[in-house]
Design a protein. Structure first.
Lengths: 376, 376
């Protein structure tokens, strides 16, 4: 990790007598992964209809299911992120403004609320929760704070219900993305999700796929592991499967303007996936008849990737090799994962010093282009 | 792919008048992944007890379950590998001798029989099948052909039954490895497999983990995919999970001489796994108290990897970067995967020209050391 937000100094061999001291450049920052939290049931109930309020009281919900391990949700916050108000980490807007947006002088931040609406097994309840969460975000986050944008949540296991919710609030200027978690019940190329993509494209909203979730099955291709470290260390497996499924199913031919953002899944696994999938496809083209190009070409055209957590090779030059192999420098977008324990600070996020234009792109400009955020 | 088995030519700028023509070096080849096939039930029955013969006739077995898709087993053979005898590909020793061992002048070949004994749900039947397959291999493969070695098969879902079979035939000089498939019912760090490792270590036999299998669950961390290309392209996910499970469970502290060979899973995913797992472990050490070193150190000490199929980066220098990142050049071992469709020929296996000493190591010497095979 390298702690600079300034332009690299002039090469030492150049004459310095006549030159003015170089202006330090303050780089713009857009944070692509902030987690706002529903403070309590009382707040939720303000936005939920009486019918579903009764349901929540009587049956309950799965809650913020982010993992098969409670660690992921319950102990995942930075120690200093508990607001003095007593609200949960990420649940107090003024505290977040101060601790995150002001402290790092961010241009914008994207809220990805992980209230587990899409993981609800009762799909109608999930749809009602989605409405409540999305209305709460508009009223209590997007309207009071112009630096914030948000992902809208959907009951993603049903394409039609999701499309309905996207159509309901997708036109609000604060919503810039639709958010899912990566461990869905089925790989995301499956037909049951297509109507959601159709609606996302209709509103020109990228689909964000975030770390976590508990789709119901074992989380590995060889059964149920025993440790959270296997879950956390192995999360790329689910991202890997989703990328393969989305590409081979042909949804990028069906929805040529569909954009996907991979959030908190790392990316060091991406080159190996591209190499292997291109090889498999050359030999098994007949099974994926919609594809007209190499799988890696669809990946480079349709995917964006958030930086936190970045893999940190022991040898620093391996990180530069990785960027070169991946060839997606215009798609990497900085994220802090605030208020979670593995927070990346803007000035310490990169394992090596990067060229200034690239740093600028990753810290803000790639996200500004994707989410259409004005220069400040 | 580069088609040379010879030393690279002298640099063109050197004088050639006085020098003798350089001797071409014929490189030794050891093939670490050959699939011999049980020709038919009649042959199997010669080695199966009457009790289990009746079971096989009455109930049947799952057979050579290598995948959730029949493609992997039924249409997986090279077109030219069907022996004139009418036996199945890999089922005819003289034909294999001629088409593989003689044609490529191999020092040795390692048989990995994929007859699905470990996938049988009736564990006693699986154990009986393992005995039959292992006795058949001794009688009809290892004894008639001194260039062959074999992996012994086990009913791997039960550690004790597997240990019993390893103790029964593990002392035979033709057996150099214990073979499993990668999609087991549980990740291989699980306690139920430990007695198998104990027995493998007792006989100094590596555990080979081969592409394929159908452990019963969805093959991704996010449900059941729709296409064989997702299965084939996504196989690294299962290898990834197994490596994480074996390392974090601490079995390499419990069995410090245990060796594991990853077969037909590729390896371009390995650097990203090491980087990520090292990071996760630094933050979650308490959950894996047996570990005394970085996960990547256990990987580099305890794992070997077969080459077929090698990922083929579009940019050739990325392959060299990959080797550098992985830092396991002494652990890569050449394999053809004969008689399967994605066969790698020894003279065309590498996507780039490699330095001669490395080529020598990969084509034969790394395997010679691991499996203790004499120079010829």
């Amino acid at each position: 990790m390298v702690a600079t937000l300034i332009a690299p100094p002039q090469a030492k061999s150049q004459p310095t007598v006549a030159s003015k001291p170089r202006q330090r450049e303050k780089l713009a920052v857009i944070d692509c992964d902030i987690h706002n939290a529903m403070p309590n049931d009382e707040t939720l109930y303000k936005y939920l209809s009486p019918r579903w309020r009764r349901h929540h009281e009587l049956i309950g919900g799965r809650g913020a299911v982010g993992s098969y391990y409670p660690r992921a949700m319950k102990n995942a916050a930075r120690h200093d992120s508990w607001p003095p108000s007593g609200l949960p980490p990420g649940g107090d807007l003024p505290f977040m403004q101060q601790q995150l947006l002001d402290a790092w002088d961010m241009d914008y931040g994207i809220l990805n609320c992980l209230y587990g609406v899409g993981g609800e097994l009762n799909l109608d309840f999930g749809a009602a929760l989605a409405q409540a969460v999305n209305d709460w975000q508009i009223a209590e986050w997007l309207e009071p704070e112009p630096r914030l944008r948000a992902s809208l949540v959907v009951p993603y296991e049903d394409g039609e219900l999701s499309a309905k919710e996207i159509d309901r609030v997708g036109g609000h200027p604060g919503y810039v993305q639709v958010i899912l978690v990566v461990r869905t019940q089925a790989p995301l190329g499956h037909r049951k999700y297509w109507k959601m993509y159709e609606a996302a494209v209709r509103h020109d909203l990228p689909i964000g796929i975030h770390f976590g979730g508990a789709g119901g099955g074992p989380i590995t291709g060889c059964g149920i592991p025993s440790h959270y470290i296997e879950d956390h260390g192995g999360m790329p497996q689910a991202f890997y499967a989703q990328v393969i499924s989305m590409v081979t199913s042909g949804i990028f031919e069906l929805f040529p303007t569909l954009k996907v953002v991979l959030i908190e899944g790392g990316f060091a696994w991406m080159p190996s996936l591209m190499w292997r999938l291109d090889q498999s496809w050359k030999r098994l083209k007949e099974e994926a008849p919609l594809l007209k190009r190499l799988p890696s070409e669809y990946i480079r055209d349709h995917f964006w990737i958030s930086t936190q957590p970045m893999e940190e090779p022991t040898q620093r030059h391996h990180f530069l090799q990785l960027l070169d192999q991946m060839n997606m420098n215009d798609r990497l977008m900085f994220a802090t994962d605030y208020p979670h324990w593995d927070f990346d600070a803007p000035d310490r996020a990169f394992p090596v010093e990067l060229p200034l234009p690239l740093k600028r792109d990753i810290l803000a400009e790639n996200a500004r282009r994707l989410y259409k955020l004005a220069k400040i």
